[in-house]
Design a protein around this ligand. Sequence first.
Ligand SMILES: C[S@@+](CC[C@H](N)C(=O)[O-])C[C@H]1O[C@@H](n2cnc3c(N)ncnc32)[C@H](O)[C@@H]1O
Length: 251
Amino acid sequence: MTDDTENRTTHFGFTDIPESEKAGRVHGIFTNVAGKYDIMNDVKSGGVHRLWKDAMMDWLAPRDGQRLLDVAGGTGDVAFRFLKRAPGATAVVCDLTESMLIEGRQRAEAEALAGSLDWIVGDAMHLPFEDASFDRYTISFGIRNVTRIDEALSEAYRVLKPGGRLMVLEFSQLPNPMMQKAYDLYSFNVIPRMGQMIAGDRDSYQYLVESIRKFPDQDTFAAMICNAGFEQVKYRNLTMGVAALHSGWKI
Ligand SMILES: C[S@@+](CC[C@H](N)C(=O)[O-])C[C@H]1O[C@@H](n2cnc3c(N)ncnc32)[C@H](O)[C@@H]1O
């Protein structure tokens, strides 16, 4: 990543591209996969992403009366879980890609959750919300797609009320190098092929696995959350570090 403001580049998977192009490319990918996103999530993780999202809710402990902002919320998995655990809460799902939100809104209607939910198109780096307007901020498998992660974390801090909490679920790094190697073999060889077979789209899934490898490790990401102003920053590994949950508080 270069630091010259005019010509800054960033990574798009393993390719370096101008920063100004990344959001458009990410939007293109999720527009392509939206219709098959939920089924692909189950197939490529063997359903394990559901357990990780449940673990996120266990740690987050939703309460009635809370207002959740789920950024990069896609088809609504995290917001639905939050509202099922706290039926007296409300949630806003914000995402860059309208097609993902459209899928989510249809699911919300089917699950009779539509009344407690709003769906807003927006960018994690420039959230269309007032300062101090949410009790909880979640982002699940979204932050690694954001062009400038530090800006997304600052925005999370801004929109949370004092006493509010951030929780991030993201793919991470396995501390054991042998396990990491086995996991890389699976993800680089199997997931793009599955993407081709199920969604007819190998390139999008190639990007997904590359973007996972480019995301900072658990400690580096925890330090970025602290830098954004959050306190009591902690993380928990899931499935030996294939994914991790990070938590921080705005005190
Ligand atoms: C892998 S999906 C995750 C969806 C959902 N949170 C889940 O856990 O199943 C990533 C989502 O991040 C969204 N996204 C990527 N960059 C974003 C940004 N800068 N701001 C908001 N959403 C973004 C994409 O449109 C996509 O819906």
